[in-house]
Design a protein around this ligand. Structure first.
Ligand code: HEM
Length: 485
């Protein structure tokens, strides 16, 4: 009978003993992704932990993760119905909402609009590139000002503003600049977002913590407020667009999203999905982008010989009479290798946004019921000793073949944008942005660490891993491009 078959074929998920009430919460430690990898050694790549009331399946290692997210893509495409997820983008987030027919339509609109304004054809590619180059040159000037008289500065917030400016230029046809105090303050507050939604954050799995006057409660309250403020800020801009909308003139992505959602023939989405989409795109693009740039700069000053080698490659390919452009990418293999190695080595989105199962599913012979929360440990893919030689060593050259060209099989093995139905929709533009920002910064400046500080790779944990506070100084290399020398 079915009952006996289930008993025979469906193995119980392995995993550590879970304590009453808290489950395994106290075992996660400061860096849950490292704990998850250690547990995988004991229990295998697919195992179960318990956090508060939730049984959570943790997926580790390249094979198990790709099998789940690609071969069983629909079954693993859900999001848990966490209370915090409903506070994001007015509860209509494409990123944080569960899998459904409506969600599929929403994601398609967000994805195709983003592509139309960045990669669709040579004209949109050029416009996007110009936005990024403009922001990168603003950053160069800002960094040089902050380095006057040999001073040292922390670059993190300026990276956030630069990344937000790029996406705001696409969404609103307008950037806000480094000196708009309202925008800077808002972004500063949003920087805390990832503390609450990262895998292992406890507010959603132990909701009873909210009823005590404790730090978790204040994180939760704060999260609600910052999301409301950010959403209100974006909504205000979208409403201005709606009031002046002309179906014959698409000024920017907000117009395009209004067109697709409010006037599209097939759209069944209500108009509040417009402001949610724009909020999602602006929110998703800045923290991740700023974090990768912070790591890159830290690694550049930590490895001055790598910085010099990158500058030599750029000078040889680009020369000193023009700025690097996207066309140079195929000739700057070492720079691309450096970017991939930064993503692999730091694995700065160590665990994806939590998933959930949309149906019962069996993986590696283990049965996972519908509506189970799933954590996907990207860090474990990028540090798998079966896959990477000396995974704990930072070595960009690992991505180059004997001829000095980029090894595409190896770069495809890095997992930072996830895969499957929830794969990041900004991966393409993020890679272009990171490439241009770093090529221009390295072409224009040399960076040095602060001798009075230890350069550690220690970081804070959340949806993104961020380096702890560090400072650098920038020196101009030759003339400042675009200004009279
Ligand atoms: C989702 C990484 C930049 C838009 C994600 C996820 C990751 C990720 C790991 C979660 C995937 C999952 O849950 O399985 C990154 C990294 C970036 C980056 C490393 C930069 C280096 C961007 C940018 C945008 C963007 C620039 C848009 C402008 C999104 C959206 C989702 C997402 C909308 C939600 C997808 C969904 O739930 O279906 N990203 N991202 N991301 N990302 Fe990115």
């Amino acid at each position: 009978c079915l009952w006996v078959r289930n008993l025979t074929f469906k193995k119980r998920l392995p995993g550590p003993f879970a304590w009453p009430l808290v489950g395994n919460a106290m075992q996660l430690g400061q860096m849950p992704h490292i704990t998850f990898s250690k547990l995988a050694k004991k229990y295998g790549n697919v195992y179960q932990i318990r956090l508060g009331r939730n049984d959570i399946v943790v997926l580790n290692g390249d094979a198990a993760i790709r099998k789940a997210l690609i071969q069983h893509s629909t079954e693993f495409a859900g999001r848990p119905n966490f209370v915090s997820f409903q506070m994001i983008s007015g509860g209509r987030s494409v990123t944080f909402n569960n899998y459904s027919k409506q969600w599929r339509m929403h994601r398609k609109i967000a994805q195709s609009t983003l592509r139309a304004f960045s990669m669709a054809n040579s004209q949109t590619k050029r416009t996007f590139e110009q936005h990024v180059i403009g922001e990168a040159m603003d950053l160069v000037q800002k960094f040089l000002r902050l380095s006057a008289d040999g001073r040292h500065f922390n670059p993190s917030h300026d990276f956030t503003v630069a990344a937000a400016n790029v996406i705001c230029a696409l969404c609103f046809g307008k950037r806000y600049g480094h000196d708009d105090p309202e925008f800077r303050t808002l972004l500063k507050r949003v920087e805390k977002f990832g503390e609450t939604v990262g895998a292992g954050s406890l507010v959603d799995v132990m909701p009873w913590l909210q009823s005590f006057p404790n730090p978790v409660r204040s994180v939760y309250q704060n999260f609600k407020t910052i999301n409301e403020e950010f959403f209100a800020y974006v909504k205000d801009k979208v409403v201005q667009h709606r009031d002046t909308y002309d179906p014959d003139v698409t000024r920017d992505m907000s117009d395009a999203i209004i067109g697709a959602i409010e006037h599209g023939k097939e759209s069944t989405l209500t108009k509040d999905f417009v402001e949610a989409t724009v909020t999602d795109l602006i929110g998703a693009g800045q923290d991740t982008m700023s974090t990768v740039m912070q790591w890159m700069l830290l690694l550049l000053v930590k490895h001055p010989s790598i910085q010099t080698k990158l500058q030599e490659e750029i000078d040889k390919t680009v020369g000193r009479d023009r700025l690097p452009s996207i066309e140079d990418r195929s000739n700057l293999a070492y720079l691309d290798a450096f970017i991939y190695e930064t993503m692999r080595f730091t694995s700065f989105v160590p665990v994806t946004i939590p998933h959930s199962t949309t149906a019962d599913v069996t993986i590696e012979g283990l049965h996972i019921p519908k509506d189970t929360v799933v954590f996907i440990n990207q860090w474990s893919v990028n540090h798998d000793p079966q896959k990477w030689h000396d995974p704990h060593i930072f070595n960009p050259s690992r991505f180059l073949d004997d001829t000095g060209a980029l090894d595409k099989d190896l770069t495809n093995g890095v997992m930072i944008f996830s895969t499957g139905k929830r794969r990041c929709i900004g991966a393409q533009i993020a890679k272009v942005e990171v490439f241009l920002f770093s090529a221009i910064l390295l072409h224009q400046c040399s960076f040095e660490s602060n001798p009075s500080q230890d350069l550690s790779m220690d970081c804070s944990y959340g949806l993104t891993l961020k380096p702890l506070h560090y400072t650098v100084t920038a020196k101009l290399r030759g003339k400042l491009f675009g200004l009279v020398s």
